[in-house]
Every structure is written in C-alpha cells, then in structure tokens.
Design a binder for this molecule. Structure first.
Ligand code: NA7
Length: 511
C-alpha cells in the first residue's frame, strides 16, 4: 500500500488574477491548507485597482480566461475592465476561496528557517508554511512623474490606477499625461464626454487597429451549449497570439507584416501635421503595442488636442510646456505607467543563510525559469522576472507557472524531498541563455519602455510563450537542489543532482 500523501501548508501573497489561479490549482489537486494574504479588501489585483474610463483588456477575452473556468458570455472580443474584475470575483466565490483569503493583511516579512517559511503580517501575527508563493503582480506600483509643481495644482490630479470617480468630468478641461495603452484608452473613453481633452505625448506610440466587436446573443448561447467550442476558441486565439509573438522575438516576415499594418493605420490620420506628430521614431512593437481601432479617431475628435511640447511644470491653473504656453485645465490624469520591476516590494524576503532578496537581486531581478530563486527553497513566483508578458495573456502564463509550482508540491506530498530550490549554476546558465537570445527581440531595437530593467535590458522571456509552457510543463530535477531532512537518499528511480550537497545540508541541520 502506498504511503498517504503529506498535506502541505501553503501561503499565497496576493489575491489578484495569479494568486487566485494558484489557489484554485492547488484546490483542484486536493490541497486545502491554503492562506491567501491580500492587503486590499477585495480580490482582482490590477482589475480592482484600475477603473478608469475606457478600460479594457488588450488580450481577447476568450484567451484571457482560465482553461478551468470558461465564461461563455463575454460581452466583447476585448472585454471591459469591470467585466474582467467581475469574472475574478465570481471565480473566488465559485471556488470557495473567500474563506481562505485574509483581506486587509499585508505580508511584511518572510524568512526561511528550519525548512519552513515564517511569515509576519501587517497585523503583527505570524504563520509557518511549507511553501510560499508570491503572486504580487507586475503592474502594481503606480509611477508618479517627477513634474515640478504637480502638488500645487488647484484642480484634481490622480493616477490612472487610482481614478477618482468623485470628480465630475462632463464638460471639464482634462489633461491626460502619457500615451501608453492606458492613455490611449482614456482618450477613447473620455473624448465624447469632457469639455476638452489635452493629451500630453512624450513619445508617440504604434497602434495596431484590431476591432472590438460585441458578441451576439447567438454566439454566447453557442459557447454555453456546444461542448468544446470554448476550448477551440481558446486554442485559436492562443495560436494567433503566438504567431504574433514570433514577430516579437525574431526579425523577419511577420515583424514586417505587423509593421506594415501599423504604418497603414497611421496613414488614416488625415492632417499631415498631426500624423507627423503621431509618428514614432522606433520600430513597431519595441514598446508594448497599443491595440485600438478607435484611438486615431478619438485623437482627431474636435474636443481633443495632442500636445507634443515637453511639460515644463505644473502651476495651480494648469500645465506649462517648455515653449511657455499655459494649458489651462481642471483635471490632470496621470497615465504614466507603473514600476514594473518592484517585484514583491516592499516586503522583505530572507532566504537561506540570512540572504535577503535585495542582496540576491543587487544586479536586478533574476530567477530560474521565471519562477524560482536559488537560496530561496520552497518558494515560487507567479509573474516573476522574465515572464513572457509582452502582448500575451497573463492568465495563460499564470496557469503555466501555477501548474509548475503544483508539480513540485505534488512531489513534496509524495515525500520525494523536503525542500527544493534551483541551483545558482542552473540559474546563471538560464540567464546567460536568455541574454544571448535577447538581441533578436524587437524590445532591443532602440526605445525605452517598462519592459526594460535598470541595466537597459528587457526583463522579458526572449522566446515564444509556447516555449515557456513547454519548458515549465516538464520538471527537470537537474539544476535543482532537492533536500530531505530525514534521509539523504532519493526515492527509487529518482536521480538527484547533488547528493553530496544534500548530505552536507542534512548534516548541517543535525548539528
Ligand atoms: P506605459 O505603457 O508605461 O506608458 C506610460 C506613458 O506615460 C508613456 O507614454 C510615457 O512616456 C508617459 N510618461 C511617463 N512619465 C512621463 C512624464 N514625466 N512626462 C510625460 N509623459 C510621461 O503605462 P500604461 O499604464 O499605459 O500601460 C501599462 C500596461 O498596462 C500596458 O502595457 C498594458 O500591459 C496594460 P514615454 O513613452 O516613457 O516617453
């Protein structure tokens, strides 16, 4: 008779899209001792924080859903933010996760000692767990621009991820700073309602004009009643986006085709001066491409003015540009993006031998296969450094990473090891392999973006997302340090990479 499975205690940090994905993946595998720590009062992460007008996802809804939770009645090809938030809220309820989420509780410190993680929270309590999973998101910390006088502005000013719905915008003079996906969506969302809108553009963006049709009632019914249709649609969108992803990571025909579509789209702007002002000086896709069939129309709306002169300062009455013009406005919306490199911050994470995450990442965030860190055993990250987040579905990536973490946890349940962490050598070699592949990617062709780390190199997966899926779907114990506290021998059929390390570690533990 086989031995009963061990029951791990697992902590997940964050109840956003990826934290929910991890919890459900564990639950579906029969693991129930789960605590999700969430510093806010509700689930949804970025979809909870972002509520600005015009918000929608730039990935098709049928591919921005979990494979284990299809939603037949998505309203649009690219559904609005509120609907996506509702999807995640409903998911948490359907899988009974509310009972294991500790809302209003931030993990402030996590330390690995004696084979377990000890967490400390903002409420002052502690918990010991066998596995720690971070699901803290990437686009989480709003980036506020360092513009002189911003605090002295007499009207309302807020970041796009902290939209102040108390502020009435109808008929008002509104400034939007920033022309990424967010700025473009806000312009489309507000052009018809505000008195006038000035869009402050520092860098022009390439726009891919994909339409966003609403799904008909018939389509929704078919998705509900025809078995397999949803899966078919999911796979279809996945293939299409992976086709697109090839253009991101390899020069060639596909990249030229997408560039040609973007350039043709730009030619739809009638006024040559405006067209010139909207023309980027870098290759399409170098920055995350903005997907919108409405942006150029919105920017040509009679209420909308594009300002390309640099911002000099903000004064109580408005924004002064470097040519000395005062642009009088009532409201300033900062669509200035996020600090995408503040993984896990501000909590402190302490791995083996008292080594902190700050020390481990002195030269920038580096992980093994996007999910694990040497010296931080039984710790997995979702959306960690170099995840394939460039114009791809983050729900799909989460599922891949959550399944990978589950695979390790299942081995732990079968008592194949007590702790697992990648070796430094494997992590270094993976990072070197990534660096070598980076020059082929479009992100290195000469632009700045949130994809680039402190050293100017992209912090993205430099291959296609299907390679990420393939690589994470098989566990390769070579490159991992698997240790056991009670015995140094691997179960039959299992060849562990460094039994001597294991032995040494066990000895160290016993003295
Ligand atoms: P992004 O894509 O990082 O865009 C931020 C925008 O804000 C971009 O146009 C920046 O110009 C602009 N920006 C930032 N600071 C300033 C200052 N100081 N002055 C003027 N303009 C500034 O963020 P988003 O929120 O639009 O999108 C983030 C992701 O969310 C998106 O990729 C999707 O995945 C969803 P820059 O280009 O740096 O010159």
């Amino acid at each position: 008779m086989s031995a009963p499975l061990r029951s791990p205690r697992v902590a997940i940090i964050g109840a956003g899209m990826s934290g929910l994905c991890m919890a459900i993946t564990l639950r579906r595998a029969g693991i129930t001792d789960i605590t999700i720590y969430e510093k806010a009062e509700s689930v949804g992460g970025t979809w909870r924080d972002n509520t600005y007008p015009g918000l929608s996802c730039d990935v098709p809804s049928r591919f921005y859903q979990f494979t284990f939770a299809p939603k037949p009645d998505w309203s649009h090809l690219f559904s609005p933010g509120a609907e996506i938030r509702e999807y995640f809220t409903q998911l948490a309820a359907d899988f009974g996760l509310d009972e294991c989420i500790r809302f209003g509780t931030e993990v402030t410190h996590a330390e690995f000692a004696d084979g377990r993680w000890r967490l400390r929270t903002s409420r002052g309590d502690t918990q010991d767990v066998d596995f720690l999973i971070s699901a803290t998101g990437i686009l989480h910390h709003p980036r506020y621009p360092a513009i002189e006088g911003l605090d002295d502005f007499a009207g309302a000013v807020f970041h796009s991820a902290r939209w102040d719905h108390q502020v009435e915008l109808a008929g008002k003079r509104v400034a939007v700073i920033g022309t990424g996906s967010t700025g473009a969506q806000i312009v489309c969302g507000l052009a018809d309602t505000v008195g006038n809108l000035k869009l402050f553009q520092r860098t022009a963006q390439w726009i891919l004009p994909l339409p966003n049709p609403a799904y008909t009632r018939l389509t929704k019914t078919l998705h509900r009643i025809v078995p397999g249709l949803d899966q078919l649609a999911y796979r279809g969108y996945r293939s299409a986006i992976e086709w697109f992803a090839q253009a991101l990571v390899k020069p060639g025909r596909r990249r030229r085709l997408i560039s040609a579509i973007c350039r043709a789209n730009l030619r739809t702007v009638r006024d040559p001066t405006l067209r010139q002002a909207l023309t980027p000086d870098y290759q399409p896709m170098c920055k995350r491409i903005v997907i919108s069939s409405r942006f150029y129309r919105a920017v040509q709306h009679r209420n909308v003015e594009l300002v390309t002169e640099r911002i000099d300062r903000v004064v109580p009455g408005g924004i002064v540009t470097t040519d000395g013009t005062l642009h009088e406005v009532d409201v300033i919306a900062l669509a200035t993006g996020f600090d995408a490199h503040a993984f896990l911050r501000p909590m402190t994470l302490v791995g083996e031998n008292g080594r902190t995450l700050d020390e481990a990442w002195r030269d920038g965030p580096r992980a093994h296969l996007t999910v694990a860190l040497p010296g931080f055993p039984n710790f997995f990250m979702l959306m960690g450094p170099h995840s394939p987040v460039g114009n791809y579905s983050l729900t799909a990536i989460s599922e891949t990473q959550a399944n990978h973490a589950l695979d390790w946890i299942q081995r732990w349940r079968r008592a194949e090891f007590d702790t697992v962490a990648p070796t430094q050598a494997a992590t270094d070699s993976f990072n070197a392999e990534m660096r070598a592949a980076m020059p082929d990617t479009v992100w290195t062709t000469g632009c700045t973006s949130w994809y680039l780390g402190q050293d100017g190199n992209p912090e993205l997966w430099p291959w296609t997302p299907d390679r990420h899926r393939a690589r994470l779907s098989r566990l390769d114990p070579a490159g991992y340090d698997l240790r056991t506290h009670s015995t140094t021998s691997a179960p039959a059929g299992q060849s562990y990479p460094s039994p001597t390390d294991s032995l040494r570690h066990v000895r160290r533990q016993h003295h």
